[in-house]
Design a protein around this ligand. Structure first.
Ligand SMILES: [Zn+2]
Length: 173
């Protein structure tokens, strides 16, 4: 679907949308840019509440559809076909997932990569999204997100090699 939206992020908030209209074309992968050994889902919810990101049907302000904690736990903030709030201009045509941690400084954990591969594989299959349409946030905006140590096609490779990785991705990439 095509939307003609201004650069005011609140214009996107106000745009009504039904599940029928939502057909994700892209998958956008983020990092939280914050290093902590602890789970961050609740922190992200608090940060995004302050930024007035719209509350999801599940009751979270988290702008991403899913968040992957360091231990590989996948937290679901939004239903797949619910609009997200992660990349201006692409809040109605994409699915989004955030790896917690500062991936400009540290690698994601093996558990995160395994979980990411699972999430991406499910989305690619369910919504017929081409694997080359998986992008880091920086593809769409002036940011380093998902961290400057990972190549632009890293998440695509994670998805395509998911079945073969079995938690040993560092040996393969
Ligand atoms: Zn991002």
């Amino acid at each position: 679907m095509k939307l003609n939206l201004s650069m005011n992020p609140h214009a996107e908030f106000q745009k009504p949308i039904t599940d029928d209209e939502y057909s994700p074309t892209y998958i956008i992968v983020h990092h939280s840019a914050v290093d902590s050994p602890d789970p961050q889902f609740k922190d992200i919810d608090a940060w995004h509440r302050v930024r007035k990101f719209p509350k999801s049907k599940r009751g979270f302000h988290v702008g991403y559809h899913k968040v992957i904690e360091k231990d590989g736990t996948v937290e679901i903030a939004r239903d797949d076909l619910e609009r997200d709030c992660d990349a201006l201009g692409h809040n109605f045509d994409s699915l989004s997932v955030c790896l917690v941690g500062n991936l400009s400084k540290n690698d994601p954990t093996d558990a995160q990569v395994l979980a990411l591969g699972e999430v991406l594989t499910d989305w690619v299959n369910e919504y017929k999204i081409h694997p080359t349409k998986i992008f880091p946030h920086r593809h769409f905006a002036s940011t380093q997100c998902y961290g400057n140590r990972l190549e632009n096609n890293w998440a695509t490779i994670v998805m395509l090699s998911h079945k073969h990785l079995k938690g040993s991705w560092k040996k393969l990439i």
